[in-house]
Design a binder for this molecule. Sequence first.
Ligand code: UD1
Length: 416
Amino acid sequence: MAKYLISGGNSLCGEIDVQGAKNSVLPLLSAAILTADDVIIQNAPKLTDVTNMMRILRALGAVAEREGSLVRVSAKDISSHEIPVSLAKELRSSIFLLGSVLARVKKAKVAYPGGCDIGLRPIDLHLKALREMGVEIREEGGYVYCDASGAEPSYVTLDYPSVGATENAMLLATSIDGVTSIANCAEEPEIEDLQNFINAMGGCVSGAGTPFIKIKGGLPLKGTVFSTMPDRIEAGTYLLGTLACGGDVTLKGAKAEHLSAVISKFSKWDCKINANSDRIHISSNGNMGELGVIETKPYPGFPTDLQAEICTLASISKGSTIIVENLFETRFKHVPELIKMGANVKVRDRVAVFNGVDRLSGAKVYAKDLRGGAALILAGLCAKGDTEVNDVHFVERGYEDIVAKLTRLGANIKKA
Ligand code: UD1
């Protein structure tokens, strides 16, 4: 298994481009099969999750090819409605294909999805939304069989604003003649990106970014060229890394408005964060301030996908920090690894209490999931001495060229 070797202590300085958003490009790839025309998705990050999604599209009968930073999808023929179990287990986002496969061929068979092991990741909200839209669903032997031949325009209310369930309902609704409404939907910027993509294909979706989305379905969808929005979680990770190590970093393409719940945590810190429409600039002398209480929440709240990374900062912040993980059950697997590096943390259920130490020390640690792995890299960068982060395949599911980008910023990190 690949690992990263890090010699800590360097500050981070320079400019990097923020990748296209993983959590946007995956639903965009799913939506690309809504049309038989060619679709080009630009700014598609080179990530194992994206490669796996493209493999699933090919298994369905579509052509999905990468040319540099763009991915071309041609779903002229969809020859299968079955998402192969081996690929579905690799990628939780395979569940986002349910809506678009149903829209395109009216039936679908999927296995229960995989992805990061961060606690129970049920799909009941997805299935309930689809049922409310008239889809017949049978769950049998670890598979979900769906038939959308009787789907009709509906008023769907989600019990919880699930990102994936919102996206699945939007995707299916594009194929249903008439207006479908989704209430209590997720407000994440990636959902707005999906709306913009569907509209660029000739669809009619409005309300994304608010809790209420309307889809006028049944319109003919055509090919388009579309650029994926910037990855707010990647940008947030480098932002937190600069605070942990000190330095002066410009994140080109990053949008500060997507990270306001994160940036607001540092208003009283001895650092400067400036932003305009297409970049964030941060300079920090590495002096830690206080973080207080941080609770993860659906957007626009503090993102669960930056919880692990801010745990690294909490390890070396002033005083006590309380971090509450509200979205996922077992998303503190990075904490025992941070403890190996000298962090003073106690975890009980979904709450972690940190008492900041002056500095972490290098150690041999193991990534257990994508964001937890990123947290350990940040810890290695600011720690005294050498750190070996193992099992970095998790990290490469979500961070493009992380070693090259950090090296460009002056970090001492290499892959072994
Ligand atoms: C998306 C993101 C993921 C992020 C998460 C929350 C993508 C590809 N992934 O995942 O990075 O961490 O949003 O911001 O966009 N839930 C149910 N039943 C369901 C679906 C979800 O109980 O059917 C629960 C989940 O267990 C979790 C919460 O709802 O507690 C939020 O999950 P959801 O918003 O669906 O996350 P994903 O779309 O899987």
